[in-house]
Ligand binder design. Structure first.
Ligand SMILES: [Zn+2]
Length: 148
């Protein structure tokens, strides 16, 4: 890897693709279109409008929390997932997918139970884990999924 290797980073605010030198991923870059920070230290909300950009177009692997508001274990795990974001960025993007609001995406991934965590890189699912986890386990599992 050289200094000039660019990575496609999808803006969490407007889903525009930004090219960022690999060496500057963690340098607090902003979106060229809307000037929002490219990494916020928090999970973003995945919808049909931004899902494919983050799951398929981005060079940053996407860690998805498939959840629903009626799911107690999902709500219990939510703070742990949020706390994992600053530990995994900028090597991963964390996003939450409401399986009730975005049924088509949940169906595409054949989500059987929630919470389910999945890692998707360039459109390909590389890991999946059902059940709630504490922050430390989320971080360790996600890092192993992307070989870090
Ligand atoms: Zn933007």
């Amino acid at each position: 890897m050289t200094q000039n290797d660019a990575r496609i980073v999808i803006c969490p605010a407007c889903a525009t693709a930004n090219r960022v030198p690999a060496a500057k991923l963690g340098a607090g870059g902003k979106c060229g279109k809307c000037a929002s920070p490219l990494f916020t230290g928090a999970p973003l909300t995945l919808t049909s409008a931004n899902f494919d950009a983050h799951a398929s177009r981005s060079d940053i692997p996407l860690l998805i929390d498939f959840w629903a508001s009626w799911c107690g274990p999902c709500r219990q795990m939510a703070p742990a997932f949020t706390a994992a974001a600053p530990q995994l960025e900028p090597h991963m993007r964390l996003g939450k997918l409401d399986t009730e609001a975005e049924r088509a995406i949940a169906a595409r991934y054949a989500i059987q139970s929630i919470p389910t965590l999945a890692v998707v890189s360039k459109g390909r699912e590389v890991a999946r884990q059902a059940g709630a986890m504490p922050t430390s386990a989320i971080v360790a599992w996600a890092k192993s999924a992307i070989g870090r």
